[in-house]
Ligand binder design. Sequence first.
Ligand SMILES: Cc1cc2nc3c(=O)[nH]c(=O)nc-3n(C[C@H](O)[C@H](O)[C@H](O)COP(=O)(O)OP(=O)(O)OC[C@H]3O[C@@H](n4cnc5c(N)ncnc54)[C@H](O)[C@@H]3O)c2cc1C
Length: 315
Amino acid sequence: MAGIWIVAETREQAFELLGAGRLLAPEMETTVTAVVAKGSASPQECIARGADEVLLLAELAPGEPFGAQLPVIEQEARASSPHAILFSATARGKETAARLSARLAAGLCSACTALAFDKATGSIVMERLAYGGAAIQKLAASAAPVVITIPPRSFEPAEAMDGRQGKTRELPAPPPSAVKIVERKPKEKVSKDITEARVIVCAGRGFDKKEDIALARRLADALGGELGATRPLTEELHWLPEDLCIGLSGVQVKPELYVGLGVSGQVQHMTGVRGAKVVCSVNRDENAPIFALSDFGIVGDLYEVVPKILEKLET
Ligand SMILES: Cc1cc2nc3c(=O)[nH]c(=O)nc-3n(C[C@H](O)[C@H](O)[C@H](O)COP(=O)(O)OP(=O)(O)OC[C@H]3O[C@@H](n4cnc5c(N)ncnc54)[C@H](O)[C@@H]3O)c2cc1C
């Protein structure tokens, strides 16, 4: 039984998963192996960021999906029996992880947000959100390997270190896949990617009408940030595009500053804001749940409070 594996399709995924793997490996006194697609992170970059070994996946023939690599990954995993295999919880990562765990008859922990090694029991302990973010579920892997998917941006990307050494091995090309990609269409984006935003002003149901969202947009502009929204505004009223919905059925954000305007702070929304450094809120109900989760709160009517803030910021 040896090592922590990370399987990455892109450079960003490789660095983030190496960040997670590097937390675990020293505690377990084991190594980190990066299984990476050619053209993503280079072996040198992976080694500098904590990989002891890099297994380079062969380039796929045009039209072959990433899942075509599964037989090769499975074979290698069977041969070296890692303790854990980490994937990014992207649509493709989740699919590949689930298929690999089925092939290996291994346990799967999806959407893991924290990892540790329990020396007393010798098991990897994983945390994930449960009940729509209302609770944290703790799972201990009772057998190895365990396959783990990690939502993007849950762990800090590993930093490069000087003088690290490691081995690189090229993996054989997989057998032709029965599944072929016949066409690729870029997903239509109607708004900016708020998952990368440093500042987010989130509009909630406290706004009376669509036109008033301009107030939230002005505040976002004045703070150099982006506009986000709660689900009622995107799914029910369709005042804003779905891409802007933050929470359980929307996106997870990690801004330095989140400002909720007329947002009540229900768990399904706030679960998407867990990673925010500073949370500010404006709500006219002093008992709104968002205040318990805010660093700074203003009890007041957003139609009075926001123009006053804008007056200060825009002069
Ligand atoms: C399975 C499931 C998944 C869900 N996923 C999501 C999700 O991903 N994202 C999400 O956002 N929601 C999600 N929801 C919905 C969620 O439960 C809440 O209903 C939603 O977040 C509430 O949005 P809100 O805070 O904008 O509206 P409300 O809860 O209606 O709150 C509006 C707030 O505005 C305040 N207010 C009103 N007028 C003013 C004013 N003039 N000035 C200041 N304050 C004012 C009120 O006091 C109130 O607190 C989900 C629900 C379910 C069941």
